[in-house]
Design a protein. Structure first.
Length: 111
């Protein structure tokens, strides 16, 4: 009788260990670049972006590249007190003093 209980216990314990909950984090993730708050995100081929880039003498890569305009960095430490009321993006390209940040992808989170 006890051998069946012990046998069942050894079968059930690994299942309980495999069902351990993974902690959830609400912190935004941007593992490949920097988290930014931008006023807008446009294609590099957009005429407005073309004017700004030409005036600043910046050479961007492919024209299908997304660029963030007027961006400021968001730090993980500042997430609790930081509020991004514009577009939150993850940018992997060059940052030209926040005026233009290349390679930006929108992230749908509420900061």
């Amino acid at each position: 009788m006890f051998s069946r209980v012990i046998f069942c216990t050894f079968l059930i314990l690994p299942l309980l260990a495999a069902a351990t909950a993974i902690p959830r984090t609400d912190t935004p993730s941007c593992s490949t670049g920097s988290l930014q708050c931008c006023s807008s995100v446009q294609k590099a081929s957009d005429p407005l972006v073309g004017i700004i880039v030409a005036l600043l003498g910046i050479v961007l890569g492919p024209l299908d590249l997304n660029v963030g305009l007027t961006c400021s960095p968001i730090t993980v430490i500042g997430v609790g007190g930081t509020s991004c009321t514009q577009q939150t993006v993850c940018c992997t390209g060059n940052n030209f003093n926040g005026l233009i940040v290349a390679g930006c992808s929108p992230i749908n989170i509420g900061l």
